[in-house]
Design a protein. Structure first.
Lengths: 116, 118
């Protein structure tokens, strides 16, 4: 257990559904991330939040909408997804900045998403 | 842009034997970090080992060690005395040293699935 918790573990949704993925960390980190992991492809960085502010959006389609209400919680709201969006979505956190002595990423166990 | 290549989609090793996973990368930067992450069936990515490019000495963590060849842009992972619990997907990753938020810019390889045979 790395201190990063993701729910749900599995999610099956239709293309017209709206659902949300949740990530929670109690490590005191100031940065949180969403990654997409597709089969036989490298992990793709989707979004980065630093002190609740989005600092990076890696050209992600608008059907993915992130939300970071505080430094401990991160959501990914999903709507009108496509079958090719089926993947493992991983959340991660770390401590960023000039005072950070170790920028090691801590990952959650991911949400396996299937879009029908 | 940096790229990371893992040329071995799958590898297998006998328990107690040694296995080496390959990783090459492409960059024009001189300062950077390299990582090996492990993703077991639980799906949780775990940092295995970390190497700073400015350090000539190869990093070692218990049974895990790296062979870092900066000129060749090669960063292989050696697992000694392999154990059943080492079975996992292993990802090589690169991180630029540039910028305060560089911690977010991890570039991953495609991964190598390691099987450990009893």
């Amino acid at each position: 257990e790395t201190g990063v918790t993701q729910t749900p573990r599995h999610l099956v949704m239709g293309m017209t559904n709206k659902k949300s993925l949740k990530c929670e960390q109690h490590l005191g980190h100031n940065a949180m991330y969403w990654y997409k992991q597709s089969a036989k492809k490298p992990l793709e960085l989707m979004f980065v939040y630093n002190f609740k502010e989005q600092t990076e959006n890696n050209s992600v389609p608008s059907r993915f909408s992130p939300e970071c209400p505080n430094s401990s919680h991160l959501f990914l709201h999903l709507h009108t997804l496509q079958p090719e969006d089926s993947a493992l979505y991983l959340c991660a956190s770390n401590q960023q900045g000039v005072l950070a002595t170790n920028e090691k990423l801590f990952f959650g166990s991911g949400t396996q998403l299937s879009v029908l | 842009a940096q790229t990371v290549t893992q040329s071995q989609p799958e590898m297998s090793v006998q328990e107690a034997e040694t296995v080496t996973l390959s990783c090459t990368y492409d960059t024009s930067e001189s300062d950077y970090y390299l990582f090996w992450y492990k993703q077991p069936p639980s799906r949780q990515m775990i940092l295995v080992i970390r190497q700073e490019a400015y350090k000539q000495q190869n990093a070692t963590e218990n049974r895990f060690s790296v062979n870092f060849q900066k000129a060749a842009k090669s960063f292989s992972l050696k697992i000694s005395d392999s154990q059943l619990g080492d079975a996992a997907m292993y990802f090589c990753a690169y991180r630029s040293e540039v910028g305060e938020t560089s911690g977010s810019r991890l570039t991953f390889g495609e991964g190598t699935q390691l099987t450990v045979n009893p």
